[in-house]
Design a protein around this ligand. Structure first.
Ligand code: TZP
Ligand code: MG
Length: 210
């Protein structure tokens, strides 16, 4: 998979007045280079339609689309892959269903989970929530120390996630993150393009690419 810098993730509620596709297009204009459709509440038909709309959008920008939780929806929408949490379909079962050509990302909160995902053939892992976040209020923050441990040991790509904003992204990058992900910093902003540009530029500058 490509070496992504900013992984934008959808949320059901966007900044008042903007809709999902508009906000995600703003994120792509700002430099998001991977996008995830994450939607825990919509009905199946709505989910399919939104995933298909995001598929059309991401194709225009040449950016991979990942579907959260739902392997069958990922296939139906011709997404590039799926993102699974620890309680979702096991990695091996998802791989059997999706084959080698699609990406599988796994959420991790501890090194044992990260090692298991890597050994099991995941394409990338999420590492988080790094900070407390209203998007996942019940999850205990792993702190930048976990990002540091992942960066030191895990060889597949990792994405730091959870409570990351333009104010704290520097600390996450210092800890060793090569890619960051954000939900509320992007979808909750009145200017998703500007926030995305700032985040993507900080990541690329830290990697020495800007
Ligand atoms: N997985 C770990 S933290 C998180 C997910 C989906 C939520 C990230 O959302 P935000 O709003 O960027 O903190
Ligand atoms: Mg899940």
């Amino acid at each position: 998979m490509q070496d992504m810098a900013l992984y934008a993730i959808t949320a059901e509620g966007c900044h008042p007045g903007s809709d999902l596709i508009e906000v995600m297009e703003a994120a792509l204009r700002g430099g998001a280079d991977m996008l995830q459709y994450r939607d825990k509440h919509s009905e199946p038909q709505q989910r399919l339609e939104k995933a298909q709309a995001l598929r059309r959008l991401t194709r225009r920008y040449g950016v991979p689309l990942i579907v959260n939780d739902d392997v069958e929806l990922a296939l139906a929408a011709e997404a590039d892959g799926v993102h699974l949490g620890q309680g979702d379909l096991p990695l091996a079962a998802a791989r059997r269903r999706l084959g080698r050509d699609r990406l599988i990302g796994i959420s991790t909160h501890a090194l044992a989970e990260a090692r298991e995902a890597e050994a099991g053939g995941a394409d990338y892992i999420g590492a988080g929530p790094v900070y407390p976040t209203g998007t996942k209020p019940d999850a205990a923050p792993v702190t930048p120390a976990y990002v540091q441990a992942v960066a030191a040991e895990i060889r597949i790509p990792h994405v730091a996630i959870g409570g990351i904003t333009t104010a704290n992204v520097a600390e996450v990058l210092e800890a060793g993150a090569r890619c960051i992900s954000a939900v509320s910093a992007i979808v909750g902003s009145p200017d998703a393009e500007r926030v995305s540009r700032t985040l993507a530029e900080r990541v690329r500058a830290h990697r020495g690419e800007a």
